[in-house]
Design a protein around this ligand. Structure first.
Ligand SMILES: *Cc1c(COP(=O)(O)O)cnc(C)c1O
Length: 482
């Protein structure tokens, strides 16, 4: 497919600017461009077709089933877009005085109150722009908390081996040393290993529960107690709260801080690179460390407050406000009952699909029930038939289904991690199970066909390593190429 730059024709255009209705501003001497900006020039219809074609070539929640584990690709109701686009929300400027944006502040205030109730926290910031950014923000708070108490020894963050890759990365970004603890045979945290890992140098623990195996750790209270007894803080990676919202709260499990991904659990479209929102909640004793600009009640209504020991700002202004409006709409639409039902539906759907596949595929840590997601291991299939998790994932594309997450969590060989979410019907799940069974049968009869899948998509098996190592992030005009 040709790029916009390649479709461009000098002199064509579709720029219709309204007449200037304010005095013209003049640029400072020497700041003007020396050469004209080289943008694609094309007619509106060609531009429109270009993006429609791109849309046809990609797979989104609106195209079909998207059981991408750990990503919660649920359906995002359109009403969220409508509320976020209301002029009072979309048309304000972040530099406006607080007295002129009381409605926006109320939205932030209410979202904080509701999400604190859902997580069992006392205060929350909406500044972080994504999950990993939330982790980073929370760890800065952990660091400052210990230093503020004069405790300079705490340089280590404990992370289980089933953790999302962003956890150790965020800890390292904050200057902490990462200590890995292994999982036990049931897929939970190995308590003896945790006890051996904690000490006077422990700053905290980062934990996902239910973890990336889709399992709720039955020892959770003991785990957070072990960390607290050692003087560390317990941090909950709540990127995916879909199994527990309205049912169980990180705050009641002993956690001191939590981040949420509003762009997963709280229903903002994602996967295309943003915008997202990774709010961080904390218990009262940590609220002084929250980032700047926390909405608080003041003398003249709501205002922005700077917590006294704040870690400072982690993003311009107040984060991705529109995403918070969408999450607020979602929570208010569902209500307390609906939030709980959504979590229950997510868990039911995952268990249903998992049980329907039992016997066809091997389930990793499959003894007890799962939460919102489950992990298959295709190690046996690969050994016997030479068909890998990659082959099955690619074959699903030919049936109009987005593959589950592949090769994650790292502790499961040939992993396929599926998260159906609560917004899918039983018919959709049944069809996906049928497709997965068909593919499994094909592994016996025609494995070659699976090695070369997909056969119906615009691209099949891109060179992912090359793309990651040598990303092409900008178009190069022919004369710029060497
Ligand atoms: C998605 C996810 C993250 C990271 O969130 P981003 O918004 O992609 O930065 C962290 N932890 C877990 C468990 C996740 O599923």
């Amino acid at each position: 497919m040709e790029l916009l730059f390649e479709k461009s024709h000098a002199g064509r255009g579709c720029d219709l600017l309204p007449p200037l209705d304010v005095p013209p501003a003049h640029l400072m001497e020497g700041t003007e461009r020396r050469t004209p900006l080289r943008l694609p020039e094309m007619s509106e219809v060609d531009l429109s077709r270009h993006y429609s074609e791109l849309e046809r070539r990609s797979h989104g929640v609106n195209n079909g089933f998207y059981p991408l584990g750990s990503c919660t690709m649920k359906y995002n109701p359109r009403i969220h877009e409508e509320t976020a686009a209301l002029p009072g929300f979309a048309g304000v400027h972040p530099s406006q005085g607080a007295d002129t944006v009381q409605g926006c502040l109320e939205a932030l205030y209410l979202a904080e109150e509701l999400l604190c109730e859902i997580t069992g926290m006392d205060g929350m910031t909406f500044m972080p722009a994504a999950g990993a950014h939330g982790e980073f923000t929370a760890l800065l708070m952990v660091k400052k908390y210990h230093l503020d108490r004069g405790d300079t020894q705490r340089t280590k963050i404990i992370v289980p081996d089933s953790a999302h890759g962003t956890n150790p990365a965020s800890a390292a970004m904050c200057g902490f040393t990462v200590v890995n603890v292994p999982s036990n045979p049931q897929g939970g945290v190995d308590l003896e290993a945790l006890k051996a890992a904690v000490g006077p140098d422990t700053a905290g623990l980062m934990l996902t529960n239910p973890n990336t195996l889709g399992l709720f750790d039955p020892n959770i209270l003991e785990i957070t107690q072990i960390v607290h007894d050692a003087g560390g803080l317990a941090y909950y990676d709540g990127a995916n709260l879909n199994a527990v919202m309205g049912v169980a709260r990180p705050g009641d499990m002993g956690f001191d801080l939590v981040h949420l991904n509003l762009h997963k659990t709280f229903s903002t479209p994602h996967g295309g690179g943003g915008p997202g929102s990774g709010p961080v909640g904390c218990k009262r004793f940590l609220m002084d460390f929250l980032p700047n600009y926390h909405v608080a009640e003041g003398e003249h209504g709501l205002e922005f407050d700077r917590p006294c020991k704040s870690i400072g700002s982690v993003k311009a202004f107040y984060g991705n406000f529109a995403v918070v409006v969408k999450a607020l709409t979602y929570i208010l639409t569902l209500g307390a009952e609906g939030i709980t039902e959504a979590a229950q539906g997510a868990v039911l759907n995952a268990n249903y699909m998992r049980e329907m596949l039992r016997g066809t595929y091997d389930i990793a840590y499959g003894d007890g029930p799962c939460m919102h997601e489950f992990v298959l291991t295709l190690a046996g299939l690969k050994k016997e038939k030479g068909v890998s998790a990659m082959d099955v994932a690619k074959a699903l594309l030919d049936h109009g289904i987005h593959p589950p997450t592949m090769y994650f969590p790292l502790i499961v060989e040939e992993a396929l991690m599926a998260e159906p979410t609560e917004t899918e019907s039983r018919e959709t799940l049944d069809r996906a199970v049928e497709v997965l069974k068909t593919i499994r049968a094909q592994a016996d009869t025609d494995p070659e066909r699976l090695h070369t899948a997909p056969h119906t998509t615009p691209i099949g098996r891109p060179d992912e390593v090359n793309a990651a190592r040598h990303p092409v992030l900008r178009y190069l005009y022919p004369e710029e190429r060497t």
